[in-house]
Design a protein around this ligand. Sequence first.
Ligand code: URA
Length: 230
Amino acid sequence: MRLDAACAMATGKGRKECRDAVRKGFVTVDGAVVKKADTPVTRDNTVCLAGETLDLREHLYFMLHKPAGTVCTTEDTEESVLRLFPEKYRKRLFCVGRLDKDTTGLLLLTDDGDFDHRLMSPKHHAPKEYAVTLARPLSDTDCLTLEGGITLENGEKTQPCQVTKTGDASCRIVLREGKYHQVKRMLAAVSNRVTALHRCSVGGLPLDPLLAAGQYRELTPEEIALLSET
Ligand code: URA
């Protein structure tokens, strides 16, 4: 890979900006300043831009314990989940699917479009498990109604899903699709209201219990393989 391309890939900056940085002497390869933008580099080289070592891996995969009050957006706003990550990753990463601002739990982030597509496309839709807290008790009939698939307020129909009561006014729902505000709208359709929503797992991968809200970690190669096969 060319040095300017490696810098662009690792930082999310434009190729031209990176080429200029190389020409101006801001980039080192294995400790030495290199000013030729087309110098070939591999992942075995240590490339630094303005003193910061670049991550030359082709793709990045993270799980985040999303805290309430954060937004799934790539816009650089105060509330963006990306603000929980170091700046060097912010231009690369995007969210795999979306969670509402008040929803907590497992959020995957990557820069791998194929990975995102496999997990989110309607064809492959990976199971997503939510712990739901409700304003009112949920009856067994409500569970069966939701499980069979229902018609939402705008006429959209939901696919069959699994609903397990976990308390008088709480349940676990496993969905294999991802309509806008789906869990909240499904519960509204049986005259209830979601008061707290937490995503426990995606594609069989549970949220790491060691991650407190706001913390993240990289996925292991085994976890990436598991999700890629979903
Ligand atoms: N369903 C919702 O209503 N909200 C979410 O954040 C996720 C699923």
